[in-house]
Write a protein that binds this ligand. Structure first.
Ligand code: SAM
Ligand code: SF4
Length: 326
């Protein structure tokens, strides 16, 4: 569906849980309260939302969280989502801790690609950033995804004075593996407001200095806003997702649904539509579908033209990233 600014909205990020098995400082540090399970969408409710979204032209779904793999039945949900006529692609973003364990089930379910978040290759630092000793599990998850032959992207968030000295080591994962490494600028959402990120403009400059033969890569790598480069001889690409230093709102193609059923047209703003009230109302399935479609249509049409991360006082979203899904 086309929004008021002429953008074709074809992609939905769906958070299936607010639970996570890591405690990343900038997302869900220790002590964050969990939402009661009764206030989290059931898989059946999510499928109703997805079916309505498909009828409005959404074709691609990203399953996120919290960590989607901590919710039981995630692979079964993906299989059910893939069986909705019109769904073209279902991908997942995970911290990778449980990926090795679930890879076979996810493949059988039809998962098309996986993004794995990894901010460091140093075990002590991994614990410092994520609160848990799970680096080996994540590495196994990456290998399992590569062995499975699906598309793999590594998502890295750099923080000044924490892991910014590690960008090259992380980027070099793409040297001899068929995966893309993407650097995501820290966004001032939730606990991200308390961390200092690194500009991708700066990083790109550093990379060009070290690899003068580095070239822009305009081929399509996914559904998102990353700008890619290639370093001759490397198997994978390097991507930059730069909400702060490279606004990409003119090309934004997405909406988000939180695990509590909030439909969010833009990450930056608190405005959302409560789909839970429709799903748990008294209407029958047909009427619910029409009501969901109407709500989605309104929300998509009125999607804001751009975010406001460069003017933090205008950011009205107060939820944490772990509740939104990134
Ligand atoms: N647990 C999964 C994971 O870590 O990939 C999925 C959810 S997590 C919220 C999705 C992505 O958002 C992760 O790559 C994480 O690093 C990123 N993220 C969390 N808070 C962020 C922030 N304030 N700015 C930028 N990225 C953030
Ligand atoms: Fe969990 Fe992902 Fe947030 Fe880390 S970034 S706390 S892994 S949801």
């Amino acid at each position: 569906m086309i929004d008021q600014f002429g953008r074709d909205i074809t992609y939905m990020r769906l958070s299936v849980t607010d639970r996570c098995n890591l405690r990343c400082r900038y997302c869900m540090p220790e002590g964050v309260e969990l939402v009661s399970m009764k206030d989290i969408l059931t898989y059946e409710e999510m499928l109703e939302i997805c079916a309505a979204a498909v009828s409005l032209g959404i074709r691609t779904f990203k399953i996120t969280g919290g960590d989607p793999l901590v919710r039981k039945g995630c692979a079964g949900f993906i299989a059910a989502l893939k069986s909705i006529p019109g769904v073209r692609e279902v991908t997942m973003t995970t911290n990778g801790v449980l990926l090795d364990h679930y890879m076979t089930e996810l493949l059988a379910a039809g998962l098309d690609a996986v993004n794995i978040s990894l901010d460091t290759l140093d075990p002590g630092r991994f614990r410092e950033i994520s609160g848990r000793d799970e680096l080996d599990a994540v590495k196994k998850g990456i290998s399992a995804a590569l062995d499975a032959g699906i598309k793999v992207k590594i998502n890295t968030v750099l923080q000044k004075g924490v892991n910014d000295d590690e960008w090259l080591r992380l980027a070099m994962l793409a040297e001899d593996r068929r995966l893309d490494v993407r650097f995501i600028e820290m966004m001032p959402i939730g606990f991200g407001r308390e961390s200092e990120g690194v500009s991708n403009e700066f990083l790109r400059g550093e990379m060009l200095r070290l690899f003068p033969a580095m070239k822009e890569d305009l081929s399509v790598h996914g559904n998102g806003p990353a700008a890619y480069v290639r370093i001759p001889g490397w198997k994978g690409g390097i991507g930059f997702i730069s909400p702060i230093h490279g606004k990409f709102c003119g090309k934004c193609n997405r909406v988000r649904v939180t695990s509590q059923g909030r439909l969010k047209p833009c990450l930056c703003f608190g405005e959302s539509v409560n789909l839970m009230t429709i799903l748990r109302g008294k209407e029958d399935a047909d009427k619910r579908k029409r009501a969901l479609e109407a709500a989605l249509e309104q929300c998509i049409y009125h999607k804001p033209g751009q975010h406001c991360f460069e003017e933090p006082e205008k950011i009205s979203e107060t939820a944490r990233m772990v509740n939104i899904g990134g």
